[in-house]
Ligand binder design. Structure first.
Ligand SMILES: NC(=O)c1ccc[n+]([C@@H]2O[C@H](COP(=O)([O-])OP(=O)(O)OC[C@H]3O[C@@H](n4cnc5c(N)ncnc54)[C@H](O)[C@@H]3O)[C@@H](O)[C@H]2O)c1
Length: 388
């Protein structure tokens, strides 16, 4: 692993312990004056973290510069509460005044929860992922939009960065969550850009609804490979990064979060959709198990189980969407239009409508805010699925 990416989370953890708030740690273009920390490079993670934490605790003020000297190699970092502080440091500034950003209050969500938190959303280019990315940015977070569709992620990042006076708030990163090397490279990029991570939303998912008697087993394995194994791969590499940050912050109880976007089909079987429902049920087993394992590093692991997102592309795409498909195949008896099919599915929900972006976003804000819960699967289904 890249040495800079390896050490950056220790530094970020140490600064968080000092500030009690999230921050940005970025590699400096060249060695700058400031605190120097000497390491041999042979220390284990715990010992390296202890040395860095002690040195950062003694720095005069934040923003600042910290240079690691690892076995003779110099690794300079700039540290600030936001990217604009880093620009200022790079220009050699000495007294920093944070830009006055009008706090945008989002209706019905906790307005300060996400401020300056570093978040990553897999499958963030469209659908629920895009809604989550937009909502986190609105809340003041720095968000990595991680997607197989790099062009879509870049397009969204550009739009979000254009809307801001301070920059940047969104970064596009290409990933295939089913491929471990790709996921490891993604988290290295995160460590190199922001020094660490506070929230990982494992949202990328695929659906191939078919009866098991007709389903090609390669298609079954494809769904499981992304929804189930992909979540495990993302958790492994997010967890490795978050653990280093935790070790740096060990004097402060700074919790981090991994949240899987699961489904109501993870709580209740889905007819002719076994590959998907099975992968989501399995996801909850992983959430519970990973939660028990990662609690030692203050990493909470929870799932959100949304109901159907009728306005998202999966359902509403005029060609490939499920409403159009179900109309063509006559799945809903008597339905003559897409609207008839939609009304049929809405009627299954006690609250009479599909799940929307803000519904999922509220549950994410809740799970991050709630520091006394882990290993849970939170239904967001308008009453369609109830826990027993
Ligand atoms: N849409 C719904 O009704 C609904 C309901 C409940 C749960 N969910 C869950 O919400 C999540 C998002 O669903 P959606 O409907 O918004 O999906 P979507 O198909 O609209 O978007 C999925 C995104 O994930 C990306 N992606 C796909 N495979 C990937 C991979 N291997 N690596 C990285 N990125 C990949 C796609 O490029 C796309 O941008 C999924 O986990 C899904 O199971 C969806």
């Amino acid at each position: 692993m890249d040495k800079v990416a390896f050490y950056a989370p220790f530094v970020r953890g140490a600064v968080i312990a000092r500030l009690g708030r999230p921050c940005v740690v970025a590699q400096a273009p060249e060695a700058l004056d400031g605190t120097v920390v000497t390491l041999s490079g042979d220390e284990d993670e715990k010992a390296a973290a202890a040395i860095i934490t002690k040195a950062v605790a003694e720095t005069e003020k934040i923003p600042c510069r910290v240079t690691l000297n690892v076995g003779g190699r110099t690794i300079p970092f700039m540290i600030g509460e936001e990217f604009s502080a880093l620009d200022w440091l790079e220009r050699g500034g000495s007294v920093y005044f944070p830009p006055s950003i009008g706090l945008e209050i989002i209706p019905n969500v906790r307005s300060w929860t996400m401020r300056n938190r570093v978040c990553l959303v897999t499958g963030g280019a469209q659908g629920f992922g895009e809604e989550i990315v937009r909502g986190l940015c609105e809340g003041g977070a720095i968000v990595f939009i991680a997607d197989l569709n790099l062009a879509g992620a870049q397009d969204l990042a550009e739009k979000l960065n254009d809307q801001r006076r301070r920059s940047p708030v969104a970064f596009a990163v290409e990933v295939n969550v089913g491929d471990e090397a790709s996921v490891a490279a993604m988290f290295e990029k995160v460590a190199l850009t922001t020094g660490g991570l506070d929230l990982c939303v494992s949202n990328a998912g695929v659906l191939r609804a078919q009866p098991i008697l007709e389903q090609d087993i390669d298609t079954f394995k494809f769904v499981t490979g992304i929804n189930y194994t992909g979540f495990a791969i993302v958790t492994k590499h997010a967890g490795l990064l978050m653990r280093r940050q935790f070790l740096g912050a060990s004097s402060s109880p700074w919790p981090t979060d991994i949240i899987q976007i699961n489904s109501k089909s993870g709580l209740e079987g889905s007819n002719k959709n076994g590959a998907y429902a099975g992968s989501k049920f399995g996801g909850i087993g992983l959430v519970q198990s990973f939660a028990k394992e990662l609690v030692d590093y203050h990493i909470k692991v929870n799932a959100v189980c949304p109901g159907n997102f009728f306005d998202g592309p999966l359902w509403s795409d005029p060609e490939k969407g499920l409403f159009a498909q179900y109309l063509r195949t006559g799945k809903v008896p008597g339905a003559k239009t897409v609207e008839d099919v939609k009304a049929f599915y809405e009627a299954k929900v006690p609250m009479g409508r599909g799940c929307e972006g803000p519904d999922v976003l509220r549950s994410i804000y809740y799970l991050v805010d709630q520091v006394y819960e882990t290993g849970q699967a939170l239904p967001v289904t308008g009453g369609q699925v109830m826990l027993s």
